[in-house]
Design a protein around this ligand. Sequence first.
Ligand code: SF4
Length: 333
Amino acid sequence: MDESRQKYVPHTLTTQEYYRQITRLKKEKNAVILSHYYMIPEIQLLIYEGGIADFLGDSLGLSLEATKVEQQNIVFCGVNFMAETAKILSPTKNVYIPDKLAGCSLASSITKEDVRNLRKQYPGVPVIAYVNTYAETKAECDVCCTSRNALSIAKSFKEDTLIFLPDKFMGENLRRRIYAETGKKLILWNGTCEVHEQFKSDSFTSLKAEHPDAKMLLHWEVPEQTVQENISEMGGILGSTNDIINYVSQSKDQTFILASECDLGSTLKRMFTGKEFITPCVKCSYMKMITLDSILRTLQSIGTAEERFYEIALESNIIKAASIPVKRMLQYN
Ligand code: SF4
């Protein structure tokens, strides 16, 4: 058992009873709930829809919301690197994550020592870190990026070779575009998202046969071969979560095949009620560690000795060093 995690017997409440207690505690504890698009539908439901989330968004969008909220306490319903980013951008706030074991295969694929070794191997080559990295890794990099602004950030460097880490599939997708547009070369790390890497070229064969008019919605982290084969056959978009949402909002098409985390499909169904979204449904096990029960525990802990099990604690020197590449990234939004 990880000592950073509280041992407890879960409550067994109905969803409405969780909502009632969470809503009451949010007010009592001066807290706000930020929900990532990959949370289960019961968590990502916004207050005006009858749920508990104050904001719903992607990792960067939520971290930016965290800088604007009045509340002192932020409960970040996502994974650790996201909550760390919120802490980096709002160091005077208390940021909590309902389960500290909510990791990420991409973020844990690279350490600060790996970045230092890359710099030795490729002296003078700028390092761009996808935001899906831990704070200590970010602190070693020149600039961070999200799937929303990776392309414009990579294009902004004058150097003709760049290091992009840690996602090799996103790097390969970017590399093709960047090389075509600027001639720049990317050196890649070997990390992968264990959700998006599962979308292979043939993952959609039966769905495409059943829905021949569907358009493909593919996240940047999906393998390049899957992207190439499916986009050229069906049309659609390769992009960030926000790009996918914007594409659907502007599209006259009715049916879409989603190659991203399964619960983004729930988000899209709620946002675009007349449209159909089909997905092979691959879930991120880290994101699913966040439950209504762990959110309730987190809120109950605020202001007590138990809050250490949930609060994001980063050393001030790490916050200072990591805030440089993170703030550079914000210039490209
Ligand atoms: S979906 Fe992939 S990138 Fe996102 S948290 Fe899960 S493992 Fe990490």
